[in-house]
Design a protein around this ligand. Structure first.
Ligand code: NAI
Ligand code: AKG
Length: 530
């Protein structure tokens, strides 16, 4: 008999399948704290949560029989994925079940902010009949900027068209063809900020999306924009937003999510007349809660019964013989994917992974999944992409994955090359495991190098002229950026060259912009492989 603990309020209808199963006992105990969970988790094979329960490493450590954690929803930021993976606990989510509900909440918020519904309601029930203060705007004919064109963003764009809105969309995986098919204008963040009348964000919260809308964006923003966030707190800088509303740049904002939830009682959004809020209600409909609970219950049952399952967000077991051969390359593969995804410009359309030498002799599928994870996680977030779902996510985003093998490696006993293609560019990087040195990047595009794939790197392309290295060193030194290692690669003396620097701490955008102004320096890019 399997025992399943449900530790958050989850729809009864949704978990009916589990409750009806002859081989399962379900205990519903919502609201337990960490200590209480640690005390009882040892007797359970599965744990079902929504977003309230924080599933910590301590809880997993005590969950000796725990095989699966099911998250009835999308974001798994309340579960320590690393700890789950280390303990071989499968984490599954329900990525599709609340898409429409959250999209509809986005419209509820957009229309409320356009027509001042909450503010007008308050006055009316307070006995005031005030029709002058609440003149709104129509959605028809307005431009909506959508940042993040995944499941929810795409549904928002579809429905906004029915309101007669023009749609500008940005997503690192959105190609010109797909945008055209969807009838939206593929745009940059800057385009959207300068031109949209309404803007809504639908990205995960990643290091790249944190504060993607902040002071620099508000400074150039179209005056009178209305902004909605039903994704994750922190994508829009809350303090900068309040300033922008007070300065009249932003006409109104509607937030379902906060950087810290619940927000403190003195949070500036809570008393601002032009900012409306809901307490993370995006997924809170009867239908969505049933859908996500049904999806997650089905997968939990499959896992307990050792049947095929979907939507795992962490690592599945890999056969021991394959694991032994490939394990040393997993980290390298993921880093190479991440490295080249930070170089490419434009939406990635194809990932080619080429294995040469010894590596070509084994089943490299698990390793390819790591490479694809590295490529995708830079934009989708590390907690969303793992080796179970990386190939599926690539397919979903129309990114073609090609694998090539050659039993002969030119300069090394084995090597791994990752090539990314977008409409406008092709970039590649090759890595190997050097005996005694570990993982190394040995080629970037056509330039041979020898770089450890770790930490903060700066990649510079320049002309092979005397004095460049000194200029770069001086500029970084003056800005307190300490260079740990430096590698220069060139094809021909005096021709095009690249320089790869490992720096102790990341250089600011301003420092990178200063580097590009140096004579004979063509491009500089910061690459984060932490
Ligand atoms: N308020 C609520 O209750 C709910 C919130 N959510 C949140 O909504 C967000 C979107 O969810 P889904 O659409 O299901 O996820 P998704 O994974 O289908 O879509 C996210 C999209 O954001 C894109 N993206 C990543 N970095 C970007 C960047 N820098 N600029 C622009 N786009 C970028 C990705 O390429 C991806 O296409 C997630 O944060 C999720 O946790 C989801 C459900 C309910
Ligand atoms: O369970 C909830 O209500 C939170 C939903 C959410 O934010 C998500 O699925 O990412």
């Amino acid at each position: 008999m399997f025992k399943v603990l449900v530790s958050d309020p989850i729809s009864d209808l949704g978990i009916q399948k589990l409750m009806d199963a002859d081989d399962v006992i379900v205990d519903k105990k919502p609201g337990l704290n960490e200590d209480e969970l640690v005390a009882i988790i040892g007797q359970y094979d599965a744990l079902l949560v929504r977003s309230q329960t924080r599933v910590t490493a301590r809880i997993m450590e005590a969950g000796k029989a725990l095989k699966v954690i099911g998250r009835a929803g999308v974001g798994v930021d309340n579960i320590d994925l690393e700890a789950a993976t280390q303990r071989g606990i499968i984490v599954i989510n329900a990525p599709d079940g609340n898409t429409i509900t959250t999209c509809e909440h986005t419209f509820a918020m957009m229309m409320s902010v356009a027509r001042h519904i909450p503010q007008a309601y308050h006055k009316t029930v307070g006995g005031e009949w005030d029709r002058k203060s609440f003149v709104g705007v129509e959605l028809r004919g307005k431009t909506l900027g959508v940042l993040g064109m995944g499941r929810i963003g795409s549904e928002v764009a579809k429905r906004a068209k029915a309101f007669g809105m023009e749609i500008m969309g940005y997503d690192p995986f959105l190609t010109e063809e797909r945008a055209e098919k969807m009838g939206i204008r593929l745009s940059s963040v800057d385009d959207i900020v300068r031109n949209a009348d309404f803007m809504t964000v639908h990205t995960p919260l990643t290091p790249e999306t944190r504060h993607m809308i902040s002071r620099p964006q508000f400074e150039v923003m179209k005056k009178g924009m209305r902004i909605v966030n039903c994704a994750r707190g922190g994508i829009i800088d809350e303090h900068a937003l309040v300033e922008a509303v007070d300065q009249g740049i932003v006409a109104g904002a509607a937030f379902d999510v906060f950087e810290i939830e619940p927000p403190a009682a003195d949070h500036p959004f809570l008393k601002h007349p032009k900012i409306i809020v809901t307490p993370h209600l995006g997924a809170s409909t009867v239908e969505a809660q049933e859908n996500v609970a049904i999806d997650v219950s089905e997968q939990v049952l499959n896992i307990l019964r050792e049947q095929p399952f979907m939507n795992a967000v962490n690592m599945p077991p890999i056969p021991a013989d394959v694991l032994n051969k490939l394990q040393p390359y997993f980290g390298l593969g993921e880093k190479l994917g991440s490295f080249v995804s930070q170089l490419i410009e434009g939406a990635v359309e194809e990932i080619t992974v080429s294995y040469a030498g010894d590596l070509a002799e084994v089943d490299t599928q698990p390793l390819t999944r790591y490479v694809v994870r590295g490529v995708l996680s830079h934009h989708l977030g590390k907690d969303q992409v793992n080796v179970v779902n990386s190939m599926h996510l690539a397919k979903e985003r129309h990114v073609n994955v090609v694998v090539q093998k050659s039993h002969v490696a030119r300069d090394f006993t084995n090597s791994l090359t990752v090539v990314l293609k977008s409409k406008t560019a092709t970039r590649q990087v090759t890595g190997t495991m050097l005996t005694g040195y570990g993982p190394r990047i040995v080629q970037i595009d056509r330039f041979p190098v020898d770089v450890a794939p770790e930490g903060n790197l700066i990649l510079i392309s320049h002309n092979d002229k005397p004095g460049i290295i000194g200029n770069v060193g001086t500029l970084l030194g003056n800005n307190n950026v300490n260079i740990a290692t430096m590698q220069v690669g060139r094809e021909l003396v005096g021709g095009a060259a690249i320089m790869v620097l490992t720096v102790d701490k990341g250089a600011s955008k301003e420092v990178i912009a200063e580097l590009v102004k140096l004579p004979d320096l063509n491009k500089a890019k910061e690459i984060n492989l932490l």
